[in-house]
Design a protein around this ligand. Sequence first.
Ligand code: DX5
Ligand code: ZN
Length: 221
Amino acid sequence: RPDFKLAPSILSADFARLGEEVDNVLAAGADMVHFDVMDNHYVPNLTIGPMVCEALRKHGVTAPIDVHLMVKPVDRIISDFIEAGASYITFHPEASEHIDRSLQLIRDGGCQAGLVFNPATPLSYLDYVMDKIDMILLMSVNPGFGGQSFLPSTLGKLHEAKQRIEDSGRDIRLEVDGGVKVDNILEIARAGADTFVAGSAIFKAFSESDPNRYDSVVRAF
Ligand code: DX5
Ligand code: ZN
């Protein structure tokens, strides 16, 4: 049985109470914090940067922080996230002029490196860099917003990515991001994913301000 990990996306958290939201979801059993970085250039939305990552570390978050860069260019911001306490740093290959160099920058900084594939981005970007990859992240929506529906074409792509990981013989996480819900996570896991991002399904599941409200939804996952 793979070592399954749940990575709530704080994109859907209440930013005015971010530290508390992250504490609650981790206390409820989540494994890592998915941190969506959008620049209003590579994707049509603007979110949070390294200062917020650093603030979460200062707040006392010790769980892995899984930084998903939706920015272009990527290299300049990589070193800032290494300094800010990121654990994983993933980026979209189309957004980097020099993919191998960006991966190497992440690894040289002591972080785990990964590539993110949009629904229509081919996995062939992996061909010459598998030895520098710790995570493959498949987008199951077009990036930019939470709350979209899971694209079923991701299932076949997960099988293909899983095969590439097996062929490499390396320990590489296979993460899926977008539209993951309690009622579709089983077929996503069966397709080969071991790491699940869920934003709206977790943070928008409850409207009332009950500090324990994430327990039941995280358990359901
Ligand atoms: C989308 C982000 C996702 C997003 C997922 O560009 O990368 O991490 O927060 O949100 P849900 O789970 O609501 O689809
Ligand atoms: Zn993401």
